[in-house]
Design a protein around this ligand. Structure first.
Ligand SMILES: Cc1cc2nc3c(=O)[nH]c(=O)nc-3n(C[C@H](O)[C@H](O)[C@H](O)COP(=O)(O)OP(=O)(O)OC[C@H]3O[C@@H](n4cnc5c(N)ncnc54)[C@H](O)[C@@H]3O)c2cc1C
Length: 341
């Protein structure tokens, strides 16, 4: 991997192999236009038919008072929109929405939602691709600094063998404003890979695979999330240990960091030492449901129900994901209130 590629890795927050979300971004990435606390107001509908994929970024940007989001339409109420790749510009100052169709019916798949980049001259780059069935990505540049009108669509093929999906766009000022697209699938590898542009997204060149974990039998495919500081620092998140592995949890922070660096060096070609590291320990953080779990939970709930004002909730019962935990919390709160009436 060349010097340039090293710099790239040294400039991105790359979160691989986990499911926690990382937001932020130099250009002001974000979610919806909620109004926060206070009195409830009607939600602002940005698109009545839009989906997007978590492995694309940034999927939403702020520019001045404008919120720019991309999505794939499902066509649920208008079949002509099925699989449309769209940009919606919501002006927070005027409350107006302006939609633009980047590609007509590319494919009905959340992998196809576009990623955006704001160039230093204010123009936008939008990039999108099918779900691994083509060897090229599609991209368009906005006219001037107006994301409501866009120049003609172009394509780039890293290699003919490539089968790509996911788009993640970043501009690194410390590399003469080189623009990177991190995607999956150079040479049909299913591995995090990158292409780059030295003319602010007008033309592209193929880079390399970023995390080349070995594939044994089936194609291993690391899932990566990327965040850039826009200049020159990388943060890589690694997970060590698994259920039943108590040995690794006994290692001290220095030892764990060394292990992570060794594996990144071996699998991803990282060089040098980290400039900073932080270890968070989650021992016992994910309950394991053994055979008979449902019966145990049922008997716990029966016993708890016999005690007025007592309820249980959390990851130990109906699922470890946060939505499941919220559901158990709501159920527990309702049970406690019933006990009080
Ligand atoms: C590293 C990691 C990444 C994860 N990523 C995701 C993800 O991306 N998406 C997803 O859906 N789920 C994810 N999960 C799972 C999910 O976060 C957890 O299952 C969920 O947060 C558990 O919620 P809980 O309320 O049961 O427990 P917790 O969130 O652990 O809350 C328990 C609380 O009780 C407090 N507490 C403990 N003992 C006491 C005491 N004696 N007195 C007072 N307070 C006490 C603790 O400090 C804590 O605040 C992840 C879990 C881990 C460990």
């Amino acid at each position: 991997m060349g010097r340039r590629a090293e710099n790239t890795l040294a400039a991105l927050l790359l979160v691989a192999g986990c499911t926690s979300s990382t937001g932020g971004g130099a250009s002001g990435t974000g979610g919806g236009a909620g109004t926060g606390g206070g009195a409830a107001t009607a939600p602002i509908v940005l698109s009545e038919d839009g989906g997007w994929c978590w492995f694309e970024s940034p999927r939403a940007l702020f520019q001045g008072t404008r919120l720019i989001i991309g999505s794939v339409a499902s066509g649920w109420n208008n079949a002509a929109r099925k699989g449309d790749i769209e940009t919606i510009v919501h002006d927070l100052a005027t409350g107006t929405n302006t939609a633009f169709e980047l590609h007509n019916q590319l494919e009905l798949d959340d992998h196809d939602s576009p990623a955006f980049l704001i160039r230093p001259d204010g123009r936008f780059v939008a990039m999108y691709a099918k779900h691994g069935t083509e060897n090229h990505f599609y991209y368009r540049l906005s006219n001037a600094n107006n994301p409501t009108t866009w120049a003609a669509e172009q394509t780039f093929t890293p290699t003919t063998a490539t089968q790509l999906t996911y788009s993640n766009l970043f501009l690194l000022t410390a590399e003469n404003n080189r623009v990177y697209d991190f995607y999956r699938g150079l040479d049909a590898s299913y591995k995090p890979s990158y292409a780059y542009s030295d003319d602010l997204g007008q033309t592209w060149r193929s880079g390399n695979i970023v995390i080349n974990v070995p594939s044994t039998g089936t194609l291993q495919r690391p899932y990566a999330r990327y965040v850039s500081n826009g200049t020159d620092t990388v943060i890589v998140r690694c997970s060590i240990g698994r259920y039943g592995d108590l040995t690794d949890l006994q290692r001290d922070d220095t030892d764990l960091t060394s292990m992570a660096v060794e594996e990144l060096t071996s699998y991803a070609g990282f060089r040098g030492s980290p400039i900073e590291s932080r270890v968070s320990r989650w021992g016992g953080g994910l309950p394991q449901y053994a055979v008979g779990h449902l019966d145990r939970v049922a008997s716990i709930r029966t016993a708890v129900a016999a005690v007025p004002g007592l309820a249980v909730c959390g990851a130990s019962y109906d699922g470890v994901g946060i939505p499941a935990c919220i559901a158990t919390g709501r159920r527990a709160a309702a049970d406690v209130m019933v006990g009080r009436q």
